[in-house]
Design a binder for this molecule. Structure first.
Ligand code: AMP
Length: 415
């Protein structure tokens, strides 16, 4: 038997209601904050990611599904959405009409990762991006949107980890400090961190290797190197969140995986998740537009992992239970009257009702059993007599009462 690809999962009809519930919340809450939906292709030219995310990140280095198509063009299945979204904004001149552009998306992403609970090769994200302003007000409003979304899907408890990466100047000075410090321990660092030290020293702070933990604990902190601009941005965000009652924890070692971040960075964690305790994250990125060939344009955004949100909801027993609704079952006693039955069903469907008909040529008893299983409000029974008289029997399943009605009465029927 052919199996699905490792790290991918079918979303079966029994759980689709959970996805539709989340997607509805995404739509409703995003609109409340003035965010509009955008959908971009699932694959892009590879350079969108290699230039956008940075050559020295795990995503670009190890996790991209990249292939040459029949023309020899190098393409990549999208491993994240921010770079494609920025590409689309530039290409379609979306900023011309709107100095501040607020966009959201939800869809599948692909990364070649080692699958485990909460980590897949195809997964889904909801994300939102506020494009066009350097001001920290955007960071704050975006975090309000995130908070509202998390709560609207039923998660009351979560941790918001917050840090700043400062502006370019601050990061340059801090990077040097960090390299000086980490170089003293180079021999003791894990292989991965040794590599990162040369290519992307901030990422060493992200290391989960036990060997690195103590060294990282003594490393200099970026918060001690902020200049006036960077401190003022961060203080505005903090002060506003305090006043708006959004709880956060300052986490000096939070750097996030991607190269493009500056100033505010953040991550959402839940203790309901296991080892992969993060269910979302984001931050400010002011250079990505230029990297992708557009005019300089600042932006801030975040993404949630939708599968992780579902894991949290399952752990806290808040998975929405919505079942498919069938309003009416047509019980047809003779296959000769199939068209008669379908005609009635079609009229009911045209009225907006969901209607089930037997396709298995089952007995009346079996069809009634099925109608009970579907929990329909009404069954419509059609036998030879009814066809003869151009009528049907309408049975109310809640009290078992039934009456005969004519075909012409369907339109005025209140169901
Ligand atoms: P990132 O784009 O890496 O910052 O990830 C943002 C969020 O997407 C994470 O917090 C996870 O919730 C989710 N996520 C990232 N990678 C995966 C994956 N391989 N499988 C499932 N969810 C993921």
């Amino acid at each position: 038997m052919i199996q699905s690809v490792k790290g991918t999962k079918d979303i079966l009809p029994d759980s689709i209601a959970q996805w539709q519930f989340l997607e509805n919340q995404f739509r409703i809450v995003s609109a409340k904050y003035g965010y509009r939906e955008i959908r971009t292709p699932v694959f892009e030219k590879t350079e969108v990611f290699s230039r956008g995310i940075g050559e020295e990140t795990d995503i670009v280095n190890k996790e991209m599904y990249t292939f040459a198509d029949r023309n020899g063009d190098l393409l990549t299945l999208r491993p994240e959405m921010t770079a494609p979204l920025v590409r689309a904004v530039i290409q379609n001149n979306l900023l011309e009409a709107n100095p501040t552009l607020k966009l959201w998306y939800a869809g599948p992403l692909l990364r070649y990762e080692r699958p485990q609970k909460g980590r897949m090769r195809q997964f889904h994200q909801y994300g939102a991006e506020c494009i066009g302003t350097v001001n920290p007000e955007a960071d704050v409003e975006l975090l309000l949107l995130a908070d509202c979304l998390i709560k609207s899907v039923g998660i009351q408890e979560y941790r918001l980890l917050l840090n700043t990466l400062g502006n370019d100047n601050v990061r340059l000075i801090y990077k040097n400090e960090l390299i000086n410090y980490l170089s003293k321990f180079k021999e003791e660092l894990s292989e991965e961190s040794k590599n990162r030290l040369d290519k992307n020293p901030l990422r060493v702070l992200d290391s989960k290797h036990p060997a690195d933990a103590q060294i990282i604990a003594g490393a200099p902190q970026i918060l001690d190197f902020l200049d006036e601009e960077s401190a003022s941005h961060f203080n505005f965000v903090r002060g506003s969140l305090d006043a708006l009652n959004i709880k956060y924890e300052i986490t000096p070692r939070l750097v996030r995986g991607l190269d493009y971040y500056c100033h505010t960075v953040f991550e959402f964690q839940s203790s309901a998740l296991g080892a992969q305790d993060s269910f979302g994250g984001g931050g400010r990125y002011n250079k990505l537009f230029e990297e992708l060939g557009g005019k300089a344009c600042p932006a801030v955004g975040f993404a949630f992992g939708i599968e992780r949100i579902l894991i949290i909801l399952e752990a806290i027993n808040k998975l929405p239970q919505i079942s498919d609704t069938v309003h009416v079952s047509i019980i047809n006693l003779d296959v000769k009257n199939f068209v008669y039955a379908q005609n009635i069903a079609e009229q009911l469907r045209a009225k907006g009702l969901n209607v089930a008909c037997d396709l298995q040529r089952r007995s009346m008893k079996a069809q009634m059993r099925e109608a009970n299983r579907l929990n329909v409000k009404y069954a419509i029974i059609i036998g030879p007599d009814e066809v003869e008289k151009q009528t049907m029997i309408l049975k109310n399943m809640s009290d078992a009462s039934q009456r005969e009605i004519g075909i012409s009465e369907i339109n005025s029927l209140e169901i």
